[in-house]
Write a protein that binds this ligand. Sequence first.
Ligand SMILES: Nc1ncnc2c1ncn2[C@@H]1O[C@H](COP(=O)(O)OP(=O)(O)OP(=O)(O)O)[C@@H](O)[C@H]1O
Length: 219
Amino acid sequence: MLPATRVPTMPTRAGDITRLIATDLACIRGGRIVFERLSFAVPSGSALVLTGPNGAGKSSLLRVIAGLVRPSMGTVAAEGGDAEHTLAEHCHYAGHLDPVKASLSVGENLEFWRDFLGGEPARSIDDALAAVGLGSLADLPGGYLSAGQRRRLSLARLIAVHRPIWLLDEPTAALDRSGQEMFATLCAAHLAAGGIIVAATHAPLALPGEQNLALGGAA
Ligand SMILES: Nc1ncnc2c1ncn2[C@@H]1O[C@H](COP(=O)(O)OP(=O)(O)OP(=O)(O)O)[C@@H](O)[C@H]1O
């Protein structure tokens, strides 16, 4: 089992986590129990889709897995992986706010993330931008991107640097039809290579073989 959280650096190879396991998880935020007694296992090559009303705890659960929020009870761990790196270091976390530096170009933004995340680059910056449909915008300042283009740039991080677990919060928000198809293609390739996806969504994602976890809670 991997230890919980540390500063990000790198894992390197597809398929190196065999299972993501949450056991008896509970999360309290703002003094309120957001979820409790939550257990699941996501094997390599599989996706877990989190659904539920506003405030149900989907983002909180993703942040717990990413090591950004401490659970009040329970554990999240992974089987397999690189023992020199924590679970968080095996994860890409793409929250619903797209982090784009306005004064850097689109290409420079992705270079920043590649360097920040570390590890062995999975693709060149140009290839990753082309794969998300931003190939012609590499020199544009990040501040000029539309909402859907910002989301595409966030998705480019997933393929510019390999990490076996993708934690995605509303990944298709703001994406047009071709963007949604592009997203489905990236996810299918990641799962086929033995990756794991946990995604929170209000829209159907139709990921191959996805399991669903419906969280409760009030809006
Ligand atoms: N930093 C925080 N401090 C206190 N409470 C918080 C914090 N972040 C989230 N919460 C609360 O935790 C609960 C779960 O929020 P969360 O964002 O996980 O829900 P969600 O299911 O992702 O919702 P949505 O569908 O609206 O995105 C909400 O009641 C929210 O107000």
